[in-house]
Design a protein around this ligand. Structure first.
Ligand code: GLU
Length: 288
């Protein structure tokens, strides 16, 4: 295995846009500069949003940009690994099943807030105030035996008490500067670590797979900076090594908003259809 291993990890729930292209090309440049390798991971755990035709489109868009990869890892094929990770956390009582619906969570968070504002995690989801945190072991066993749908939540207080020492992560940037950022995972509260339909959330899957792929360097958008606090906590709980991180600035559109298909940002496929050359896209992004 080479010393430095990077990854590009798109979610195939839409066509790639210039922001994805920037992230992929930056990973490629930094992996080359480090004499390392760049792996591709298709983050398709979401059965409702990931489509096989979009996976093919992602690969085609990357090839058009000049990026070719060895066989990618597909998260949809990794459910047994996620189950094992989840089971190991459950065996240590660091997670608990939550039977609340989304609206029950919202209502409980409003009640907990009283006259004040609802407390939210960095993604804007309400911090979970219970009630499933306090279910008795017998009640949990009975509801699981009945097959009641449930997510799994991290028991944040117990999780924070488990790993040794303060948490944080090492950073690097393209200019060669390095640093260390203290992590504050408590702000995620009892976050969902496994969904109803799959034995993982993005957070659990990304940590499991970064370790399985031997990732040493994570290069991704600044929108995932806060999530890294949770990732280093999970890595510490699971005894995994911590990669180094570089969170790059997001590309913004003319209105200053983050590029997104939902806001009508043009995809790489749109640009290609308009006759824009891949070399022009690379040059526009600073990779000419
Ligand atoms: N799949 C995520 C996305 O497309 C990126 C995950 C990561 O780089 O950790 O936004």
């Amino acid at each position: 295995m080479s010393a430095s291993t990077f990854r590009f990890a798109p979610s195939p729930n839409g066509r790639l846009h210039l922001g994805h292209a920037y992230s992929a090309l930056l990973n490629d440049r930094l992996a080359r500069a480090a004499g390392g390798r760049l792996l591709l991971r298709i983050e398709d755990i979401d059965p409702g949003r990931s489509r096989p035709d979009l996976v093919d489109a992602v690969l085609a868009d990357l090839a058009w940009l000049g990026l070719r990869f060895a066989a990618p890892m597909h998260q949809s094929a990794r459910m047994a690994a996620y189950r094992a990770t989840l089971d190991s956390l459950a065996a240590r009582d660091l997670v608990y099943p939550c039977f609340c619906s989304r609206s029950e969570v919202a209502a409980a968070a409003r009640r907990a807030a009283g006259d004040g504002p609802v407390l939210r995690d960095p993604d804007g989801a309400p911090l979970y105030p219970g009630p499933c945190r306090h279910l008795s072991a017998d009640a949990v066993a009975a509801r699981l035996a009945r097959g009641e749908p449930h997510t799994w939540r991290l028991a944040m207080d117990r999780a924070l008490a488990a790993p040794p020492g303060p948490l944080g992560f090492s950073t690097f940037d393209p200019e060669g500067a390095t640093g260390f950022v203290a992590a504050d995972p408590a702000r995620w509260g009892d976050t969902v670590i496994a969904r109803r339909d799959v034995p993982a959330s993005y957070h659990l899957a990304v940590v499991t797979d970064d370790a399985a792929q031997g990732i040493t360097h994570v290069v991704r958008g600044a929108d995932l900076l806060a999530a890294t606090d949770l990732h280093v906590l999970l890595q510490a709980l699971l005894g995994l090594t911590h990669p180094r991180y570089h969170h790059h600035a997001l590309l913004l559109d003319a209105t200053g908003a983050k590029l997104a298909k939902s806001r009508g940002s043009r995809s790489l496929a749109d640009l290609r259809a308009e006759g824009v050359a891949a070399a022009a896209v690379r040059a526009r992004l600073g990779f000419g």
